[in-house]
Design a protein around this ligand. Sequence first.
Ligand SMILES: *Cc1c(COP(=O)(O)O)cnc(C)c1O
Length: 352
Amino acid sequence: MKKHNFSAGPSILPQEVIKKAAEAVLNFNESGLSLIEISHRSAPFVAVMDKARNLALELMGLENKGYSAIFLQGGASLQFLMIPYNLLKVDGKAAYLDTGTWSSAAIKESKYVGNTEVIASSKDKGYNYIPKNYNIPTDADYFHCTSNNTIYGTQIKEFPTTNIPVVCDMSSDIFSRAIDFSQFDLIYAGAQKNMGPAGTTLVVVKDELLGKTGRTIPSMLDYQIQIAKESMYNTPSVFAVYTSMLTLEWLKNFGGVAAIEKINNAKAKLIYDEIDSNPNFIGYAAQEDRSFMNVTFNLADDTKKDQFDALWKAAGIEGLKGHRSVGGYRASIYNALPLESVQVLVDVMKQL
Ligand SMILES: *Cc1c(COP(=O)(O)O)cnc(C)c1O
């Protein structure tokens, strides 16, 4: 039976990417060797790493604009620590926007490193909206935000303008919409939501930002070392980088972020229209802040839970259960999820 994969992460990847990745594990580029048994310093793998890094910059329109792209390990969660290590001055401060679980986790790590100020939070309403009209202190070393709140289903539509560097966790909506990526000074994303398998994290950083904190940075946590070594300071996660490269290639062939954004908008409209018109469902996030990647909703009448669960499971839908901290349902409609799968879910919702 055809499956419709709405998992939040790790999550759906294009079928052709999964096939090519599987082929490379068996026989990489007709070499008679597996992708996962060759040296990461061999010419064929160095070419993969270079291509992945270049494609990431190209898809963001950040080539030759003073940015470096690197693929690291430790997940987006290690970036929560690496960012203050590399950007927060010894006697400086960092400004954070708290829009949910991931922002809070980033704030916690920054506090280990230095002075960390939370300038606005939506915790008062269960993180169901994005704070607005807050002031970003002009003397902070950077401003940190999470573009898409994977768990609660909110998304920043317009980013604040400020004279200080802007750092953004785009783990769950990177490459999903055409925004001006040059408004950010550092962008990072764990691969496993919208870019590839678990095991690697993309960091895109403006070079001029680095080396200014006055602090000694351990080698593995130092962006300048990772950039100088072209993501090969130590052994990279070769499979995750290769499969991310394939996904980026797939996206480029699709027409890039502007082309995928059109489909993403159509998918989001389809499901939110159903949530709004069907009295059986209540959307979780404030309308103007709704995520176009993670759609969170609840049943109006919880006694219908068993009936609804049976309906979507019978339709081949997977991964619809909400995060344990929110409950209800979450439909993750990442780049690789076809419109057709959203239609299947909406048809099921109409049956309730
Ligand atoms: C999943 C997620 C993370 C955590 O990613 P890991 O790679 O598991 O550390 C961080 N931020 C956001 C927005 C996420 O969706």
